[in-house]
Write a protein that binds this ligand. Structure first.
Ligand code: SAH
Length: 492
């Protein structure tokens, strides 16, 4: 596996500056050990006019197989499969292994750090990158679609299966040449993400922190890339839940013009469209949850609805689609979330009538708030678990005691279901900001006590697949003010 990076002299400096930018001296050949074999860095040419750095990864197939086994992903089974683990194209083709080597060997350059020549690292330079054997599922046309929008001039030639037998046609490899004026760190980040995307076969098990990696290395270019969905899905080995999470975060990054934005994890991510390529496409839990909440609101004839802890406004958007909901208010403690909600809803471009139905405001559920009075229904969707248990009684009073809508819909994760999440390590909550997650019994104990204290009745509905052992992923409770209480309050 082999790639070269070349630059030529420019007004900004000599071509040999590449050595400083890569933190590798042009006069020396160096070897780095990676988990999959030795990575060699050397300079086939190094003159002031033109300098080329080469990265050669010498894959050690037994090491690859060993790593696979220790990660519990050995390719056992048929003898052919066992042999394929040793005899394959890995030693020759650029792939996810090469991407890992890039990160290992050029980590400072990837981050754009260069103490000696910081201004060179921050500026574009004339670059030429060559990858003689790049496995590319989707062929040269896809290579073009991936690199061209990033400012590269792309020359991708299919490699013949065998030069002696042209009639055999093209292999799945292309020989790639990229040329452009880009910052070195940008170029490396493009390669780091797109080489494995083109290879479309990760050599390691894709875990949730790959989403963070993708966002980190995709910062500045992936949020606006026209092939963002394909890139995300393939980078994450088509694991739909991770893909959905990543797409949601990319969308928010685009909206917020920032790359560091935090949003709810896996199941709380909005139903970002999962790309065509994804293998499985169950309805996202967030969608099921909103469907269940809307059904509960309709059943109880609510017209004026309050979404407490509305986040980025996904439920508000759904409510807006139905004329029966005449007044919709979203409240959240986070100004940033409200800002994104307003943009997502395009409040500024909304007609007067539509805009008249809706209000968004900042507030905290930890305090009694007069603005929460007078609604038919309030929704607390995936909110209670964000409050410390010690603050929950204040929320209970603010909502059930003071605001006192006829109907309150509460959803929260079912902790028992966590064992069913493929990506959740045992004993973990679903999102870092969750202060607690309850079992069905714990939720029922809480809901029953609150209902009793404030004169409500409560009923439960499962959301998502109702597992015979551990129950559904989301639990939903609908509280209704009892008829007697209503009468008493009307009389008072
Ligand atoms: N209801 C949305 C968002 C859930 S995330 C959904 O179902 O997808 C939880 C939200 O609660 C976050 O937006 C967070 O800012 C908000 N939140 C947390 N503590 C809060 C508090 N004390 N008062 C109001 N909102 C709060």
């Amino acid at each position: 596996m082999f790639l070269t990076i070349s630059t030529t002299a420019s007004a900004a400096g000599a071509a040999t500056d590449l050595g400083f930018l890569l933190h590798k001296h042009p006069d020396r050949s160096q070897v780095f050990s990676t988990s999959y074999g030795a990575a060699h860095v050397f300079y086939p040419e190094a003159s002031a006019e033109r300098t080329t750095a080469a990265l050669l990864l010498e894959v050690d197939p037994p090491a690859l197989v060993r790593r696979g086994r220790t990660q519990g992903r050995g390719r056992g089974g048929a003898p052919d499969a066992a042999l394929a683990a040793y005899v394959n194209d890995r030693p020759y083709a650029a792939s996810s292994l090469l991407a890992v080597a890039l990160r290992t060997v050029f980590s400072s350059a990837l981050r754009g750090e260069c103490r000696t020549l910081p201004e060179r690292a921050a500026a574009p330079l004339p670059l030429r990158i060559e990858v003689p054997a790049l496995p590319a599922r989707g062929g040269a046309p896809l290579v073009e679609r991936l690199f061209a929008p990033l400012g590269w001039q792309v020359a991708a030639e299919p490699v013949a299966l065998d030069g002696h037998f042209p009639q055999w046609g093209a292999s799945r490899y292309v020989s790639l040449v990229l040329e452009g004026e880009l910052r070195l760190s940008e170029a490396l980040r493009h390669l780091y993400v797109l080489l494995p995307v083109l290879d479309d076969a990760k050599h390691y098990w894709v875990s949730p922190d790959e989403v963070d990696k993708l966002l980190r290395f995709g910062a500045g270019w992936l949020p606006a890339h026209p092939e963002q969905k394909l890139i995300t899905s393939r980078y994450l080995s088509r694991r739909w839940s991770l893909t959905r999470d990543a797409l949601e975060r990319l969308e928010l990054a685009r909206l917020a013009d920032a790359d560091d934005i935090e949003v709810e994890d896996i199941d709380n991510a909005v139903a970002a469209e999962v790309p065509e390529e994804a293998e499985e496409r169950p309805t996202p839990l967030a969608v099921l949850r909103r469907t269940a909440i809307l059904a509960a609101l309709r059943d109880h004839g609510a017209a004026r609805v309050l979404d407490l802890g509305c986040g980025q406004g996904q439920l508000v958007a759904e409510l807006l689609k139905e004329p029966r909901f005449t007044e919709i208010a979203g409240m959240d403690v986070s100004v940033r979330a409200l800002d994104i909600a307003a943009r997502r809803l395009r409040l500024d471009r909304m007609g007067e009538r539509q805009a008249g139905r809706i209000s968004l405001f900042q507030g905290s559920l930890a305090y009694t708030d007069a603005r929460l009075k007078g609604y038919d229904a309030a929704v607390l969707s995936e909110v209670i678990e964000h409050l410390d248990l010690s603050r929950l009684p204040s929320l209970e009073y603010a909502v059930f005691g003071a605001a006192r809508p006829g109907t309150v819909v509460v959803t929260t994760p079912n902790a028992e279901y966590n064992v069913r999440w493929e990506t959740l390590p045992a004993g973990h909550v679903r999102h870092a900001d969750h202060r607690f997650e309850w079992t069905r019994a714990e939720f029922a104990a809480w809901a029953g006590a609150v209902a009793g204290r404030y004169g409500y009745q409560v009923a439960y509905t499962p959301v998502g697949p109702d597992d015979p052992e551990v129950g559904p992923p989301t639990q939903l409770a609908v509280f209704t003010l009892t008829a007697q209480k209503k009468k008493e309050e009307a009389a008072a």
